[in-house]
Design a protein around this ligand. Structure first.
Ligand SMILES: Nc1ncnc2c1ncn2[C@@H]1O[C@H](COP(=O)(O)OP(=O)(O)OP(=O)(O)O)[C@@H](O)[C@H]1O
Length: 509
């Protein structure tokens, strides 16, 4: 068993380990952490700049970012460290004195920046397009949307990858040893290696390995924990979505808190919308071709029509999520084209097919956000209003849930509460029940019908013909970018005049 004893002496010489332990901690560990932390922080700064350049519209910003990334990601770390450490040694000495430590940090940062830039870029680009649309519909500017929602969400998504990058920097810091660090600047590997030479065995190096693992392994677990916490919120996975039947109870309870329905129950002071000769195109594709539409104050207009007929585009013109090419839209007699889009969107709310709730925020925070950030309300008052709106949609009991732990129907009701919280004069609903399971549709439609009865001006793109017949004051049939027929539900559904509407109704009814 000589070989076993040999191995033990080479790797598990406790005395050699004990001897190196103090300098491993006070010099090696300290310096490794300084190298890794400093290069990660600098790398994050470089990475942020690269990511912003990388997603920019301008080719002249994208190109240098691309070249930088290709170079520093493509070169082996040791090559970059030697080129920077030795090639710029004279400049380094002039700037930082005899220590190669700062140049080592710069080299590690340049490498880390290339990776972190790509991490940020993919994180930001992976945030669904609907998130920015929701921000804009809540009257945030592009910058506010980026700062409050898109970048935090992107960064949260890439948090595990960023910690991996830090771990990579911890390991790469061992390469700075090639620059010939001064005794006080040795990192973990160098301390272990120097001592291995003195003792003639590898135990100090094994101890160095253990030190690396002690830093890196807990970090990976920590990041998994943080990631789960950020994604699911404090209540964690236990709070699964409720069944459709629970939702019926929630809504029944909520209707008790709402003003009585029927005549005289008007609560909103809706605005009137007048669309004239509206046209819009995506590039060469003419999507709206001269649309005229009157939506009287406090009425519900349902827009129906085949897929691709331009219904959503018409809706998006009403809050200028897309810009019309020609024609005009008046809101209470005032042209919306002359308004600042952000001011317009305070008055015209929107609810989307895919809810577009902010996943890192609870239901309450989703509703509060635009009150505190856009309307600049004090937190307490915003909370009071948000709680009231959530109670009205039957979700008071779920205010601390994140979207991921709510059903589709509940998420859509939070989205309605979020739009209502801004006190809009008009709400646009874009196929808001199309993504819901059948048993959840009724709850959302009932809620919308109730809003209509309370005097909200509503423009509703829908495939729910039963809803249109029952709730709409006016039904508009669109085809190929034009309004083909408009009138009260009785006329549209029971006495269609045009062949196209007859054919459409034959298909959908
Ligand atoms: N961002 C876009 N870029 C280019 N074309 C688009 C874009 N959005 C929509 N379109 C096209 O414009 C036309 C009208 O789309 P729109 O979504 O307004 O129709 P829709 O009646 O709402 O249809 P659906 O019921 O399928 O949503 C379609 O041909 C669609 O492919």
């Amino acid at each position: 068993m000589d070989w076993l004893e040999n191995l033990r002496r080479s790797f598990l010489d406790w005395d050699a380990m004990a001897e190196v332990l103090p300098s491993m901690i006070t010099v090696g560990l300290k310096n490794t952490l300084i190298l890794a932390a400093a290069s990660t922080v600098l790398g994050v700064v470089i990475g942020m700049v690269l990511a912003v350049m990388g997603i920019s519209q301008s080719r002249w910003l994208r190109l240098p970012a691309r070249i930088y990334t290709d170079i520093f990601r493509g070169l082996p770390a040791i090559v970059t460290i030697l080129i920077i450490g030795q090639g710029f040694a004279r400049m380094g000495r002039a700037l930082f004195g005899p220590s190669p430590f700062p140049l080592g940090i710069i080299a590690l940062s340049l490498i880390a920046g290339a990776y972190i830039g790509e991490i940020f870029r993919s994180g930001i680009q992976s945030v669904e397009r609907g998130q920015m649309e929701a921000c804009r519909a809540l009257s945030m500017s592009y910058g506010q949307g980026m700062r409050l929602i898109i970048i935090p969400q992107g960064v949260r998504r890439v948090l595990p990858a960023l910690v991996n990058q830090f771990i990579g920097n911890v390991k790469d810091s061992s390469l700075v040893y090639f620059l010939g660090l001064l005794a006080a600047e040795r990192e973990i590997f160098r301390v272990g290696q120097d001592q291995a030479v003195v003792t003639g065995n590898l135990s100090p190096l094994l101890l160095a390995g253990v030190f690396y693992l002690v830093i890196t392994v807990p970090l990976t677990h920590l990041v998994n924990y943080i990631d789960a916490r950020l994604r699911l919120g404090r209540q964690g996975q236990g709070s699964g979505a409720a069944s459709g039947l629970v939702e019926v109870t929630e809504l029944a309870a909520a209707s008790g808190t709402q003003p009585a329905n029927g005549a005289g129950a008007a609560r909103f002071t809706g605005g009137a919308v007048k669309v004239s000769d509206l046209s819009m195109s995506y590039g060469d594709l003419d999507v709206l071709k001269g649309v005229d539409l009157d939506i009287a104050k406090g009425t519900v207009t349902c827009i129906i029509g085949p897929s691709g007929s331009g219904k959503s585009t018409l809706l998006r013109c009403l809050n200028r999520l897309v810009e019309p090419k020609g024609g005009n839209i008046l809101l209470d007699g005032e042209s919306i084209l002359a308004m600042k889009p952000e001011s317009l969107r305070r008055r015209v709310g929107m609810v989307f097919q895919h809810f577009n709730l902010f996943p890192d925020h609870t239901a309450l925070e989703n509703v509060m956000l635009s009150l505190t950030k856009i309307k600049r309300m004090p937190k307490g008052e915003a909370r009071r209003i948000a709680e009231m709106r959530l109670t009205e949609v039957g979700l008071a009991g779920r205010k601390d849930h994140r979207p991921a732990s709510l059903s589709g129907g509940q998420q859509q009701r939070v989205a309605i509460a979020r739009a209502l919280a801004m006190d809009p004069e008009v709400i646009l609903f874009d196929e808001v029940t199309s993504a819901l399971d059948p048993e959840l549709v009724k709850g959302v439609l009932d809620l919308m019908a109730n809003l209509g009865r309370q005097g909200m001006t509503m423009a509703v793109v829908t495939h729910e013909m039963g809803f249109a017949r029952k709730v709409a004051d006016q039904v508009v049939f669109m085809d190929e970018g034009r309004i083909v027929e408009a009138g009260p539900p009785g006329q549209i559904f029971d006495n269609p005049r045009s062949e196209r509407l007859k054919r459409f109704l034959a298909e959908v009814l």
